[in-house]
Ligand binder design. Structure first.
Ligand code: PFF
Length: 465
């Protein structure tokens, strides 16, 4: 065990207040998932119906798994591999930790690429690169905006440099540790992010296409839903709430004893969903006002937002704010992702924080650069028709995180005694939520695992619904 200079065991850091817990956890949840993935996936899967399915999964899978992760983390004050030693569970369960490690790496490879695009757009918007769009005709401006995205994402050095910047910022924050790094940054930046997203959504709602955009989000057309889109909605719920890979175990291990776990999980899930909807409200009115295709795919954010905002009064300022908020979201999410392997290395392999952070971010950057850019060494490789970028995304969101989530659910449902769960969740009886914990245990035993298995089998074509 590490000791401080008086020879006493060194205390593990925790967040200082419940507000700090809330902002850090929300910082993990809110990310590119809300602003980049949510709008384009909703666009591709038919709008409101997809959102309803997504909300169903947040309630019956997302919140129960988040609570299970909080429980494991705060109870054991350990990383996601060490948890199972502390609970004297069989070695099998450590698989959860190893899956988590793998997911964190896979996500970082492509996530930091997209974060790099976002950082570069902040810079380009500040430099006024998109101003010229406003003096062009719509078709010409559209082509120019698409071209700008192609250069950003498809260039040889540019995407690499910006990816480096994004990873570097994450490393710098994590070197500060839990209080001086994660807590300080999320407490300062999350309120700013929330303010900015409200400004952008309000501005978009004053456009002429606002009605159509809102209708697209709210109208439930179930005919557009396939097994694949249901699996995608479930994957999005995992990705959005950073679940099934130990991120919430890790953050839970920094919660203080007074924190209300159930309250925090609902606050985070609700706030995160609101941010996704606000992002949808900021993007779709814009899409419809300018007759663009809502199912535009991953480029939706990068090609349409600059185009449209540049046409509005004070548009350039709005553009800077929008990409700034996206950069904040991406950064606070990445720090939670990278913290998972960092703490595993620190506690299981006794590597000091500084070394662990540099090693892991270095690895993420190098492998990310080699695999996720079209021009890079393995950029052209496809497996089963998917680029490595898409494959990493698919494997983490649709396979590893749900699988990790299933194992976490089963562990907490069947290996933790009811009284023990109640004691931890009610903070030793201080909170009057024992009834809710009983309900939670029922959901964890029967509803969540069943749903996960059905969605899996259905998507694999083994079960036809
Ligand atoms: N929740 C983040 C988002 O929606 O962008 C993504 C994420 C963060 C996934 C942290 C996993 C993770 F550990």
């Amino acid at each position: 065990m590490k000791t401080n200079k008086n020879g006493k065991p060194e205390k593990r850091e925790t967040f200082s207040t419940s507000l700090a817990v809330f902002f850090a956890t929300l910082g993990s949840a809110v990310g590119l998932g809300n602003i980049w993935k949510f709008p384009y996936m909703t666009g591709m899967n038919g709008g409101g119906a997809f959102i309803l399915v997504y909300l169903f999964f947040v309630l019956l899978i997302g919140i129960p798994i988040m609570l299970s992760e909080f429980y494991l983390g705060r109870k054991t004050r350990s990383n996601v591999v060490g948890v199972f030693d502390k609970l004297k569970a069989s070695r099998f369960w450590k698989l959860i930790g190893y899956f988590g490690l793998l997911s964190a790496m896979l996500i970082m490879f492509f996530y930091s690429t997209v974060a790099g695009w976002v950082y570069s757009y902040v810079f380009k918007a500040l430099r006024g690169d998109f101003r010229s769009l406003s003096s062009m005709g719509l078709a010409e401006a559209k082509a120019a905006a698409e071209k700008a995205f192609e250069t950003t994402a498809g260039g040889t050095y540019e995407p690499m440099v910006w990816q480096f910047v994004a990873v570097f910022v994450v490393a710098a924050i994590l070197l500060g540790g839990v209080k001086k790094g994660i807590e300080r940054v999320t407490k300062t930046l999350m309120p700013l992010l929330l303010t900015l997203i409200v400004i952008c959504a309000v501005r978009a709602l004053t456009l002429s296409g606002a009605g159509e955009g809102v209708a697209f989000l709210m109208k439930a057309d179930f005919s557009k839903l396939s097994a694949a889109s249901v699996l995608a909605a479930m994957g999005l719920a995992f990705f959005k709430l950073s679940l099934g890979m130990g991120t919430m175990v890790t953050y839970g291990s920094y919660f203080n004893k007074e924190n209300n776990l159930i309250g925090t999980s609902f606050q985070v899930a609700i706030s995160d969903t609101l941010v996704s909807l606000l992002a949808g409200l900021a993007v779709f009115p814009v899409v419809f006002t300018f007759n663009l295709a809502p199912e535009g795919g991953p480029g939706l954010l990068f090609a349409t937002i600059p185009l449209v905002f540049s046409l509005l009064p004070l548009g350039n300022l709005l553009l800077v704010l929008f990409f700034l908020l996206t950069a904040i979201a991406a950064t606070t999410a990445m720090i939670s992702m990278v913290e998972v392997p960092v703490v595993i290395f620190m506690e299981e392999l006794k590597v000091p924080r500084k070394k662990a952070v540099l090693l892991i971010t270095g690895l993420m950057f190098v492998i990310g650069v080699l695999t996720t850019h079209p021009q890079s060494l393995f950029g052209g490789v496809t497996i089963a028709g998917k680029s490595l970028f898409d494959l990493f995304d698919y494997l983490s969101s649709n396979i590893l995180m749900p699988l990790g989530g299933l194992l976490i659910t089963l562990f907490v449902a069947y290996f933790v005694k009811k009284n023990e769960l109640i004691r931890e969740m009610t903070n030793n009886g201080h909170l009057k939520t024992a009834g809710l914990v009983t309900l939670l245990q029922f959901v964890l035993k029967f509803v969540t695992p069943l749903l996960l298995i059905i969605v899996f089998l259905n998507a694999l074509g083994i079960l036809k619904l």
